[in-house]
Design a binder for this molecule. Structure first.
Ligand SMILES: Nc1nc2c(ncn2[C@@H]2O[C@H](COP(=O)(O)OP(=O)(O)O)[C@@H](O)[C@H]2O)c(=O)[nH]1
Ligand SMILES: [Mg+2]
Length: 341
């Protein structure tokens, strides 16, 4: 929230989490604390008071409890990491101060959604990319070219690991996109079922596949839309798919539909789904698909590993993990590296 009271900061990453920590500092911290906890409750608090659980007054009632830690120059509220609760607190406080710009490795360390990202962040935190650029600049041109090429190669993998790419599930209605989405996202995030047209607004979820991060997007399928709302959903799904990686999901029982040949041209991966059922013939011009079944939720782990591996190979990425030397972790660092060439 721009223009927020700079006395309140969110110390934990935004998004779903086990815990969120809100830090109140500056001269207004006791007033800010009173807004959330009530004047009476904080009256007895002072530096040195042991951490105390107090009711959190939000939206006109007690919404939750906060562990209140009074530090010499600040007050910390530890609350459950529910995004709705944090948003309510942000509203009550008049906003959080913007995050200070973090070094890319620090940002990655805070926001990592998997162990490969963490390993990369820890490695890069111990390396000085700016100093590495200086060193590259100081080299005689022939050697500089060789070293810069090696840094660029490391950086391609590091950037792919640090930044999620959108991964859009596309294909005909009823092909099993939403079921696959739920298996990959590790839960029942979206409605899936035999009624075509269940998915309307695209739904997105961060996921780690084969060590690399993706923002997985489920879309309304291609096909004759039942109404205007659904037609709109299909158009939006097509737009979304344009600047992203795509998995084309085909119902193996039915075989490819009229739009699949076109979708296939830009898909990173084609999935022939429902191989647990009798299969329709597969036209050779659609290439070799990845045969899958999403029927069994217990197979979700194996499914994620399989798809993660296929995507990684098709994207030409090496196994996810530390880069093996200084690497660019964000677009600004990549631009500085590219400018060396
Ligand atoms: N037997 C079988 N059924 C599946 C499989 N994947 C999806 N389904 C079913 O196919 C129907 C359509 O699935 P859904 O995910 O909603 O398709 P969408 O329209 O592409 O999102 C649902 O009844 C699913 O349970 C599979 O691998 N095997
Ligand atoms: Mg669906």
């Amino acid at each position: 929230m721009p223009g927020g009271d700079p006395g309140a900061r969110l110390l934990t990453p935004r998004g779903r989490g086990g815990v969120a920590i809100v830090d109140l500092s500056g001269p207004a911290r006791w007033d800010l604390a009173a807004r959330l906890l009530g004047r009476d409750a904080i009256a007895g608090l002072r530096v040195g008071t042991p951490p105390r659980l107090l009711g959190l007054h939000l939206a006109g009632g007690i919404a939750d409890r906060a562990l209140v830690v009074v530090r010499p120059a600040s007050i910390e509220l530890h609350v459950t990491g529910s995004p709705a609760l944090v948003a309510e607190m942000e509203r009550a406080l008049g906003g959080f101060a913007p995050d200070p710009a973090l070094a890319p490795a620090e940002r990655l360390l805070r926001e990592a959604i998997g162990t490969a990202q963490l390993a990369l962040a820890l490695e890069q935190r111990g390396l000085d990319f700016a100093a590495h650029l200086e060193w590259l600049r100081s080299l005689p041109p022939p050697r500089r070219q060789v070293e810069a090429a090696a840094t660029r190669e490391r950086s391609v993998a590091a950037l792919a690991l640090a930044w999620p790419v959108r991964l859009v599930l596309c294909g005909a209605r009823n092909a099993g996109k939403s079921t696959l989405f739920n298996r990959l996202a590790g839960g029942e995030r979206v409605l899936a079922g035999p009624t075509p047209g269940l998915t309307r607004d695209p739904v997105a979820e961060p996921v780690e596949l084969g060590g690399y991060p993706y923002l997985l997007v489920d879309t309304a399928g291609e096909g004759e839309p039942a109404d205007a709302l659904e037609a709109e959903a299909i158009v939006r799904a097509r737009e979304l798919g344009r600047a992203a990686l795509r998995i084309l999901v085909v119902d193996g029982c039915v075989g490819p539909g009229p739009h699949d040949a076109e979708l296939r041209a830009t898909a990173t991966l084609v999935v022939r789904n429902k191989v647990d059922l009798p299969q329709a013939p597969w036209p050779p011009e659609l290439g070799e698909p990845l045969p899958l079944s999403c029927a069994d939720p217990a197979q979700a782990f194996a499914l994620r590993a399989r798809i993660g591996m296929e995507l990684r190979l098709r994207r030409g990425l090496r196994a996810a993990g530390p880069a093996g030397g200084p690497a660019a972790l964000d677009p600004a660092q990549w631009a500085a590296l590219a400018a060396l060439a």
